[in-house]
Design a protein around this ligand. Structure first.
Ligand SMILES: *Cc1c(COP(=O)(O)O)cnc(C)c1O
Length: 444
C-alpha cells in the first residue's frame, strides 16, 4: 500500500482490512474506502487526537490490528445503517414522513408489465388506463391522472389550467406543507398569477367574487391539512365557490377517498370527523382535486389529479406531465390500492387502514404477549401533515430511560419515542407479524 507511505508493522494494510469485512456484503470499493479511513485515523491517533482507541504499547503488537478491525467493522455497520432498509415503526405515527409515510406491501416478481401496451389490440396503450382510471372510478371523478407526488399534482394542474392567468386563493390557505412546499411558490413556478383574497382567519364568498375578472382561470382551495385555526374564523365551502363560475381546483393533500369510508366495516372512525374527502369535494362541484398517494389513501408515493375530463386531459397533454410521470412499479402498487377500495376491502388489505383501525384491546393483548417491558396505554397520530389535532388511543410497551439509540441499532432497526424519561413502543404502527422480531430486538 505505497500510497500510505511506510507501513508500520502494527498497522494492517488497507487491502487486508477490506478483505476482513467481505462478510458485510458491501461492495469491495466501499470497503476499501472505509478501511483507508479507519487506517488513516489510526495513524493520527498516537499524535493525541484519539489515543484511547489504539494501543501504542510496542509490547502488544496485535492490539492495533485488532482495534483497527473493530473500528472498520463499526464503520461498515454504520455504512449499512445509512442504506435504505426495512425498519419497525413503533413511534405510533401512522404516516411517518421520515419512514416513507404509508406502509406499503409490494410483492412482485421481476419482469415486464403491459405498462403502455393495449393487450387487446397489441398496439401502444396508455399508462393512465389502469391505476388512474380505477382511482377515478373509486372517487367518482370523470377522469384522473397520476404523477410523482402531491406537489407535482398541484404544479401540473396549475400549469395546465392557469399558466399566465390568475388564480384566486384565500389568504387563510396560503400554506406551507412539509419539505418546503409553499402554495405561493408553487403558484409562481406554474406561471399562474396569485390573487389573494380575504384575511388569515376570515374569507367570505364576496371576497372571491370581487377578485374575479376576465383573467381569472380558476379558484384554488387548499386544505390546511397540517394545522388548525380555531376561534374567529370563516372560510367558504367548495359548494359555494363552485357557484362563482370559474373552475374550482382543490388541493386536498391528505387524499381521504370517501368520507363515508365504505371500505371500513364500522364506517368512519371518530378521529376522521371533519376531514374533507375526494368524492364529496368533487360532488360539491370541484372541477379538479389533487391529493397524495401516500397519505390517507395508503398507497405509494404519488400524486393524483382527478376531476373534469377536459381539465384532466389538459393536464395529460401538458409537457410537464411527461416529466412528472411515475414508473410502472408505482402504478402497479397504486392499481392494487384502487382495486382494494373498489372491492371495499381496503380496511383489511391496505396496511395503513388495518393499522389505523386495530382496536386498542387487540394492541394491549399483543403488548402483553410480547413479554418485555411494561404494557401501557398511549396515543397514536396520523402524521404526515394530516389530522393535526387528532390522537388515536393505542397500546404499547414502556421501558425506563431512553433506549431509542440502542433500538435504532437493532436489526431490523426499531424506531420508538421517549416521553417523560420513558421509552415507548406503540404497537399500532407495528404489523402484527413483526411482533416476534420486535420482541427479540427489545430483549437484546
Ligand atoms: C401533503 C400535501 C401536499 C404535498 O403532497 P406530497 O405528496 O407531499 O408532494 C400538498 N398539499 C397539501 C394540502 C398537502 O397536505
Amino acid at each position: 500500500m505505497g500510497t500510505f507511505g511506510p507501513v508500520s508493522s502494527r498497522i494492517p494494510s488497507v487491502d487486508f482490512v477490506a478483505r476482513q469485512l467481505a462478510g458485510s456484503g458491501l461492495p469491495h470499493p466501499i470497503l476499501v474506502e472505509l478501511a483507508r479511513q479507519v487506517i488513516a485515523d489510526a495513524r493520527q491517533a498516537p499524535d493525541g487526537s484519539e489515543p484511547a482507541r489504539f494501543d501504542d504499547d510496542p509490547g502488544s503488537p496485535g492490539r492495533d490490528a485488532e482495534s483497527i478491525l473493530a473500528a472498520a467493522s463499526d464503520a461498515a455497520a454504520g455504512f449499512r445503517r445509512g442504506l435504505l432498509q426495512p425498519v419497525i415503526n413503533a413511534t405510533g405515527v401512522l404516516l411517518h414522513t421520515n419512514l416513507g409515510r404509508a406502509p406499503l406491501a409490494v410483492d412482485r416478481p421481476g419482469g415486464y408489465s403491459n405498462l403502455e401496451m393495449d393487450l387487446g389490440t397489441g398496439r401502444r396503450g396508455d399508462r393512465s388506463a389502469h391505476a388512474a382510471s380505477l382511482l377515478a372510478r373509486a372517487c367518482g371523478a370523470e377522469a384522473a391522472l397520476v404523477v410523482n407526488n402531491g406537489a407535482a399534482a398541484i404544479l401540473l394542474a396549475l400549469s395546465a389550467v392557469a399558466a399566465a392567468r390568475e388564480v384566486v386563493v384565500s389568504r387563510g390557505e396560503l400554506v406551507e406543507i412539509g419539505g418546503g412546499f409553499r402554495v405561493p411558490e408553487v403558484m409562481a413556478q406554474s406561471g399562474a398569477r396569485l390573487v389573494e383574497v380575504g384575511t388569515t382567519n376570515r374569507t367570505r364568498l364576496g371576497d372571491y367574487r370581487t377578485a374575479l375578472g376576465p383573467d381569472t382561470a380558476a379558484v384554488l382551495k387548499v386544505h390546511t391539512s397540517n394545522y388548525t385555526i380555531t376561534g374567529f374564523t370563516e372560510s367558504v365551502p367548495v359548494k359555494a365557490l363552485a357557484q362563482l363560475g370559474p373552475p374550482v381546483a382543490v388541493d386536498l393533500g391528505s387524499g381521504l377517498l370517501d368520507a363515508a369510508c365504505p371500505w371500513l366495516a364500522d364506517g368512519p372512525p371518530a378521529w376522521l370527523a371533519g376531514e374533507p374527502a375526494v368524492r364529496q369535494t368533487l360532488a360539491a362541484g370541484a372541477a379538479l382535486v389533487t391529493f397524495s398517494g401516500d397519505k390517507l389513501l395508503g398507497g405509494p408515493q404519488a400524486g393524483v389529479v382527478a376531476g373534469r375530463r377536459d381539465l384532466v386531459e389538459q393536464c395529460r397533454r401538458h409537457p410537464l406531465a411527461r416529466a412528472l410521470r411515475p414508473g410502472g412499479l408505482i402504478l402497479e402498487a397504486l392499481q392494487d390500492v384502487a382495486l382494494a377500495y373498489l372491492r371495499r376491502d381496503a380496511g383489511r388489505v391496505i396496511p395503513l387502514w388495518r393499522m389505523a383501525t386495530t382496536p386498542v384491546e387487540v394492541l394491549r393483548r399483543r403488548a402483553e404477549s410480547l413479554g418485555v417491558g411494561e404494557v401501557v396505554e398511549c396515543a397514536s397520530v396520523m402524521g404526515g401533515g394530516t389530522l393535526p389535532s387528532v390522537a388515536i388511543p393505542s397500546g404499547g410497551i414502556a421501558f425506563e430511560g431512553d433506549i431509542t439509540s440502542r433500538l435504532r441499532r437493532a436489526s431490523p432497526p426499531v424506531l420508538a419515542y421517549v416521553r417523560e424519561g420513558v421509552t415507548i413502543c406503540d404497537l399500532r404502527t407495528v404489523p402484527e407479524e413483526l411482533d416476534p422480531v420486535l420482541a427479540e430486538a427489545l430483549a437484546g
